[in-house]
Write a protein that binds this ligand. Structure first.
Ligand SMILES: Nc1ncnc2c1ncn2[C@@H]1O[C@H](COP(=O)(O)OP(=O)(O)OP(=O)(O)O)[C@@H](O)[C@H]1O
Ligand SMILES: [Mg+2]
Ligand SMILES: [Zn+2]
Length: 371
């Protein structure tokens, strides 16, 4: 059988297989079941959260031979052709390569012809933000009042570049990032089905590095599982692939920050550099670390018997949290977040991250806030 990359192998084919977007899926299913279907849809959201996937399921739902349905049958010739990318009335276009008004005019000319195969002729126009201003203008009328057999589905990762006039003519659906927990659970399900075991800590690290995108997570998982076939990968090497520092090292770094040991901090930065890890990743991991620490500090202090039910790692964080004031955890997070924003303006990333640590160093020196 032809090898399929994970993200294609696992592309959901029904609404029920979509991860996250619970309420949005409910709304789409309802509108299909009630047969109240908008003529133009706009899906926005970051890469790999399901825009194209949902658009394709929608195309099946509108053209399934069993009738307009929120549960396309997947066995009629229309459903099968759409899944194979061969359905004549489902036209997928990449606006990035058709930005000119002439290109759009050709598309608009073709909407006067009714569908050949299906109930609806559906245009999925991806990367719609790439269109020129003239092209957007040319599209306006078609989006508002297309022939009844035409449906438009627009998709974009850059909503801010879409004119309001376009947005207001569409049913706009914004797909949010997928939560870390949902991504982790999904990856575990996939691995279970293939009988592959990966440490939970690593799954969490993969999910974290995906930054809300399921495609990112699947691609990283693919990279890691394909290297695992040769030999069992050591955690250290997996973290290298992920380009992140492992949990223990982040803990040590945070400990040194809290103890204001600037020499050790700079030594750890040398390790980061040698491992080829991006400084931005370190800053992100530290923000997450101090945020978790502040939550553990505050929630444990409210309990009658603190530290019960804490994992070994969180217990270590709890002990560390006693050395720092709650207010300071927030200040560190703030310095890290602001520093990250300005990283790109520093002469180089190393200087950028050193500036951040020196700011924290100076803050601690001035306040001497050990607890
Ligand atoms: N919500 C989701 N549930 C399950 N799998 C998903 C989801 N979103 C994305 N995926 C996985 O990621 C792959 C890519 O998704 P999709 O093509 O829908 O992303 P997209 O939002 O259109 O991204 P892009 O902006 O890059 O076009 C899918 O094949 C699927 O495996
Ligand atoms: Mg897409
Ligand atoms: Zn069907």
């Amino acid at each position: 059988m032809k090898y399929k990359i994970l993200s294609n192998k696992w592309r959901p084919q029904t609404f029920d297989q979509i991860i996250g977007h619970k309420y949005i899926i409910k709304i789409i299913k309802n509108s299909l079941d009630l047969k109240r279907i908008h003529q133009s849809w706009l899906f926005s959201g970051m890469h790999g959260v399901g825009k194209t996937t949902i658009a394709r399921i929608l195309a099946k739902s509108l053209n399934c031979k069993t009738g307009i349905t929120s549960r396309p049958c997947r066995i009629c010739s229309h459903c099968i052709d759409i899944e194979k990318g061969k359905f004549l009335d489902f036209i997928e276009l990449d606006a990035a390569s058709k930005t000119k008004v002439e290109d759009i005019k050709i598309i608009l000319d073709s909407i006067q012809y009714p569908p050949i195969q299906g109930r609806f002729k559906i245009y999925l126009i991806d990367e719609i933000h790439m269109l020129s201003r003239h092209s957007f203008n040319a599209l306006l009328k078609a989006l508002e009042e297309p022939p009844r057999y035409i449906k438009f589905i627009l998709a974009t990762t850059h909503l801010n570049k879409i004119p309001d006039t376009i947005i207001s003519r569409c049913l706009h659906i914004n797909l949010l990032h997928i939560s870390l927990i949902k991504i982790s659970r999904y990856l575990k399900d996939i691995l279970d089905q293939d009988n592959i075991h990966i440490d939970e800590e690593i799954l969490n690290a993969i999910s974290n590095s995906a930054q809300g995108s399921i495609r990112n997570a699947l691609n990283t998982l693919e990279l890691i599982t394909s290297s695992m076939q040769e030999k069992k990968l050591k955690k250290k090497n997996i973290y290298k692939i992920l380009g992140v520092f492992d949990k223990k090292k982040i803990f040590i770094l945070a400990d040194n920050i809290i103890n204001n040991n600037i020499n050790n901090i700079f030594k750890i930065l040398d390790d980061v550099e040698n491992m080829g890890i991006q400084y931005d990743q370190i800053i992100l991991s530290l923000i997450t670390f101090f945020h978790n620490l502040s939550i553990i500090k505050i929630t444990e202090s409210l309990k009658d018997s603190p530290k019960k039910n804490l994992s070994v790692y969180n217990h270590k964080i709890y002990i560390l949290s006693k050395k720092i004031l709650f207010k300071d955890t927030q200040i560190y997070c703030k310095i890290l977040i602001q520093g990250r924003k300005y990283l790109k303006y520093s002469p180089n990333p190393r200087i950028g991250i050193e500036i951040i640590f020196l700011q924290i160093y100076q803050y601690i020196k001035e306040n001497n806030n050990f607890q």
